[in-house]
Design a binder for this molecule. Structure first.
Ligand SMILES: [Zn+2]
Ligand SMILES: [Zn+2]
Length: 430
């Protein structure tokens, strides 16, 4: 058989694989870059040998032609493997590299530390720095950290709004003691990428992990994020149980998580969903502690009643006020001030800062609010949130990054070191 004849047989085989039985002779000429007359001549010979049937301007493979192509593939495959086996370079390369399965096994086979490591159980961990677009396109000379939060309670781990690089940040800020294996559930408040970018990483890795061992995931998801990830969630339904959350939804998760989730209203325009679907959250740790997370929202009177009675309140600031008016999509420092004034939680974290506040911005806002709310009439501890801030539950003791121990939150101060905020225990202030 000539090269042209082999080409034609393979071409016809590929088309018959796709369910197309006949191929026009002109098409063969175009795809094999051979003249029409040459194609016709070759086809005639192939027809005589019983490989193809030709009718008018079309032709198709016979059973014998199909078998001939299959045996061609078999021969080539055997030839390739024999080259591969004999070639010293490939053998050496194989010795030096791990198989993909081995590599994934190594990466995923971390031991779960939540039950065994006292530091990480019963904590609220901030694994988050900047919001919105800049972690996707970091500002100059910035690592552009995004991230999310991690709530560990009674040996179960829940991720809240995993944004850009969440898993990397979680692993790094816990000395690789917390990771994928410690995640039992994920809660998403709205569909913006700084709250969902890390979800895709986690879902992909969970899929890989389930090839090795069982890892089930609970996904507590607002409606906008459900629209956004619908296809993936459906595809992974064997490993994922999905709980839709709307403003007002209450989920009693006592049996598995020993807490209740309340979805609070948020007033924040989503990308795929609508502003009516965005939520904040309250975690009710069974009368021991109530944690409120506003997530992204503009200021609204209803936020006061939603978060009254919270012990720890995490507020998402967004950016600075627009001139002479409140922000249309975020709390801003005015909204944070109003919320603290009316809700007065014991401890509040100001979080979700735009990278434009880099430098002294977060530190100054934190100090400003701390000063206002340190007066006796409305005492409330305020800390700007940054990667590594770890709060013990239900006591709300804060981990001091200097003496490496938890201390009463009233005795914790914060300092700024370049891009980072560190939390330190002020000795003697208790
Ligand atoms: Zn956000
Ligand atoms: Zn948002």
């Amino acid at each position: 058989m000539s090269v042209l004849q082999v080409d034609m047989l393979l071409l016809l085989f590929c088309f018959s694989e796709k369910g197309v039985k006949k191929l026009s002779i002109r098409e063969i000429s175009r795809k094999t870059s051979a003249k029409l007359s040459e194609v016709k001549k070759s086809l005639k010979k192939l027809e005589e040998d019983g490989y193809v049937t030709v009718s008018k301007d079309e032709c198709s493979l016979t059973e014998e032609g199909t078998q001939s192509v299959l045996s061609y593939f078999e021969t080539e495959k055997r030839l390739y493997w024999s080259i591969l086996e004999k070639d010293k370079f490939m053998m050496e390369l194989r010795e030096w590299t791990k198989s993909k399965d081995e590599l994934i096994r190594d990466l995923l086979n971390e031991e779960r530390t939540l039950m065994t490591h006292s530091k990480w159980d019963n904590i609220f961990l901030v694994a988050r720095r900047w919001n919105s677009y800049t972690p996707a396109l970091p500002a100059i000379e910035s690592l552009g950290f995004g991230g999310g939060y991690f709530l560990a309670w009674n040996g179960k781990g829940l991720v809240i709004d995993p944004g850009y690089n969440f898993l990397r940040i979680l692993r790094e800020c816990t000395n690789k003691e917390l990771g994928l294996v410690d995640i039992d559930g994920i809660l998403i408040t709205h569909d913006h990428p700084d709250h969902t970018a890390g979800l895709e990483d986690i879902l992909t890795l969970i899929r890989e992990e389930n090839r090795i061992r069982k890892h089930h995931l609970d996904l507590f998801c607002n409606i906008g994020a459900l629209y956004k990830f619908e296809y993936r969630i459906t595809k992974l339904s064997r490993y994922i149980t999905c709980y839709p959350l709307r403003p007002g939804t209450t989920l009693d998760l006592s049996e598995k998580y020993n807490f209740t989730i309340h979805a609070t209203p948020a007033f924040h325009k989503e990308t795929w969903g609508e502003s009516k679907y965005s939520i904040g959250t309250i975690f009710d740790l069974h009368k021991k502690c109530r944690i409120g997370i506003t997530s992204d929202t503009r200021w609204h009177q209803d936020l006061i009643s939603a978060y009254l009675g919270t012990d720890l309140l995490v507020m998402h600031l967004g950016t600075l006020e627009a001139k002479n008016s409140a922000l249309p999509n975020h709390l801003g420092s005015l909204g944070a001030y109003l919320l603290l004034k009316h809700v007065h939680p014991k401890l509040s974290l100001v979080s979700e800062f735009g990278e434009e506040l880099k430098g002294q911005g977060r530190y100054m806002i934190g100090k400003f609010l701390s000063r206002i709310f340190s007066k006796k009439s409305m005492i409330c501890k305020v800390l700007p949130a940054d990667i590594g801030l770890t709060i013990k539950l239900p006591s709300l003791d804060v981990y001091c990054q200097t003496c490496n121990a938890f201390h009463a939150f009233q005795s914790i101060d914060f300092k700024e070191f370049g891009d980072e905020i560190k939390y330190v225990h002020l000795k003697g202030k208790l």
